[in-house]
Design a protein around this ligand. Structure first.
Ligand SMILES: Nc1ncnc2c1ncn2[C@@H]1O[C@H](COP(=O)(O)OP(=O)(O)O)[C@@H](O)[C@H]1O
Ligand SMILES: [Mg+2]
Length: 258
């Protein structure tokens, strides 16, 4: 089992969208996939449950008391259009997550709650995808401790890699290594934005082998699918952006050895 944290403390760069569609792609390829929602805004939970807003058990319960609520009790089949999505499971979240995490500040090993829980799932899943919140809170630190690979979306429409250096510093600190396994990719890529593309390419060149060749193009259907509480794959199977996620999944699997 390999764990991928989709992380960037900046909001709106495409973390959740990537988590949804990459999970669906891995599942399609036969990988037993678990998507875990770590953002109390719960967008991933709503979309991958086919539009549900309330859940019997969530990751908040796990962080509140893993002993009383082990993670396997919070895992449900992912759904789209009333059907289960084959090979894809969801661990949803709820709005209590931030508060519950605050309260765990007194727990020893509070950074390893998720890591320990994921250890219990090793035989059940091939890939776990963590959708991180837009901050570097204790929730994100839990994701960092648990992850084998960090996937960092960079949004394609802005002249800034704001915070990328800070993020890499935080990853190095938490992982206690200067050789963190991370990969950056361009989301909402638009070929016509030459000025921005040149600027970002130049900045990203400094990261050498850490920038993926795959990009996810800016595609209206991607947003529409999420609003309809579906992955793009079931919402619009003919969309060319499906190929972007296919190629992204392939590059990531190659880096993970699964
Ligand atoms: N490749 C894309 N093409 C078009 N819209 C996108 C794309 N990626 C993300 N979006 C849209 O951008 C917004 C922010 O994306 P989201 O995944 O919620 O970001 P984050 O989780 O990083 O805050 C959403 O409305 C989403 O539908
Ligand atoms: Mg998000």
């Amino acid at each position: 089992m390999k764990t991928i944290a989709i992380i960037n403390q900046k909001g709106g760069v495409g973390k959740t969208t990537t988590a949804i569609n990459l999970s669906a792609q891995f599942a399609r390829e036969g990988k037993r996939t678990l998507a875990i929602d770590l953002d109390p805004q719960a967008n991933l939970s709503v979309v991958l449950s086919g539009g549900q807003f309330e859940f019997k058990s969530t990751i908040s319960d796990v962080f509140e008391s893993a002993k009383k609520h082990p993670i396997n009790q919070a895992i449900i089949p992912a759904q789209a259009g009333g059907d289960n999505i084959k090979n894809l499971s969801l661990c949803p979240t709820d709005i209590r997550l931030s508060r519950v995490i605050e309260q765990s500040l007194t727990k020893v090993h509070r950074e390893r709650i998720l890591l320990k829980q994921l250890d219990t799932l090793r035989e059940q899943f091939d890939v776990v995808i963590l959708d991180c919140p837009p901050n570097l809170s204790l929730t994100s630190v839990n994701a960092m401790m648990a992850a084998d690979l960090f996937l960092i979306p960079v949004d394609g429409g802005s002249f800034s890699l704001n915070g990328l250096a800070d993020l890499l510093d935080a990853l190095e600190e938490v992982k206690e290594t200067d050789n963190v396994n991370f990969a950056v990719f361009r989301n909402e890529y638009a070929k016509a934005n030459k000025l921005i593309n040149n600027f970002l390419d130049e900045q990203l060149n400094e990261l050498e082998g850490k920038v993926l060749h795959s990009t996810v193009r800016r595609t209206e259907a991607i947003g529409q699918a999420s609003v309809s509480a579906e992955p793009l794959m079931t919402y619009k199977p003919s969309s060319t952006a499906i190929n972007d996620y296919k190629s992204l999944a392939k590059e990531i699997l190659a880096r993970l050895d699964v």
